[in-house]
Design a protein around this ligand. Structure first.
Ligand code: HEM
Length: 181
C-alpha cells in the first residue's frame, strides 16, 4: 500500500486527537515499518489494518465507520493534489466511471507497485449507477467515503446502497441513485 495512504491517515488522527496519540498508536501497533512512512514508499497493507483497528479500540468508533471517515478525509487530499481528474468530468457519475477507466490507470503508471481495486460500472438508468468493487484488501467502506465526498464535490444528492456479493467484503456492489427533485 502506498505511503500516502499512511501519511494522510496519521495526519487525520493527529488533527482529531493530537500528536501524542499518534505516537502512542505507532508504538503500540508493532509495525514492521516502525511507523515511518514516506508518501512514495510502499508498505504492507496489514499495517493500515493494525492502525485502524487500534484507533477503533481507542475511540469506540467501528472499523467500517473509521474507514468511511478516512475515505472522506483523503478525498480532500485528492482534490488538492489531483484536481484535474475532477475538472475533466462534468458530473459525479462520469467521474466515478473514470476511476477504473482512467484515474487508477494513471495512478498505476506513476506508482507501478500501487495495489488498486477494480470498479465495474453500469448505468441502470439516468439516475442510477451500479459500481462493483473488487479488491483483496476489502476496503469498500473506504470507497464509500470517497463516493460520498465525490457526490458533495459535484453538489449532487444521492443514496448509496451497498450489497456484499462476497461475504468477506472482497466484492461489493454499490447502487448510487440520485435523489429526484
Ligand atoms: C483523484 C482521484 C483518485 C486518485 C488520485 C486515487 C488514487 C489512489 C491511490 C494512490 C491509492 C493507493 C494505492 C495503494 O496503496 O497501493 C488508491 C486506493 C484506492 N482507491 Fe483511489 N484514487 C482516486 C479516487 C478514488 C475514488 C473516488 C474511489 C472510490 C470509488 C477510489 C477507491 C479506492 C480504494 C477503495 C482504494 C484502496 C485500495 C483497495 O481497495 O484495493 N479512489 N487510490
Amino acid at each position: 500500500m502506498k505511503g500516502i495512504v499512511f501519511t494522510e491517515f496519521l495526519d487525520m488522527v493527529e488533527k482529531e486527537h493530537g500528536y501524542e496519540l499518534v505516537d502512542q498508536m505507532i508504538n503500540e501497533c508493532d509495525l514492521s515499518s516502525g511507523g515511518v512512512y514516506t508518501s512514495v514508499g510502499t508498505y504492507d497493507h496489514a499495517e493500515i489494518v493494525s492502525l485502524v483497528s487500534w484507533l477503533s479500540n481507542y475511540s469506540g468508533v467501528s472499523v467500517p465507520e473509521l474507514l468511511r471517515q478516512y475515505g472522506k478525509y483523503l478525498h480532500n487530499t485528492f482534490v488538492a493534489n489531483y484536481g484535474h481528474f475532477f475538472d475533466q468530468e462534468k458530473d459525479c457519475f462520469s467521474f466515478l466511471e473514470s476511476i477504473d477507466r482512467y484515474i487508477h490507470i494513471e495512478v498505476q503508471k506513476i506508482y507501478p507497485d500501487a495495489e488498486l481495486p477494480t470498479f465495474e460500472t453500469k448505468r441502470i438508468n439516468e439516475n442510477s449507477l451500479e459500481m462493483i468493487y473488487r479488491s483483496k484488501r476489502k476496503m469498500s467502506d473506504f470507497a464509500e467515503g470517497l463516493i460520498e465526498k465525490s457526490l458533495d464535490h459535484y453538489k449532487e444528492k444521492a443514496s448509496i446502497e451497498k450489497h456484499f456479493i462476497e461475504e468477506d467484503g472482497s466484492i461489493v456492489k454499490f447502487v448510487i441513485t440520485k435523489s429526484q427533485i
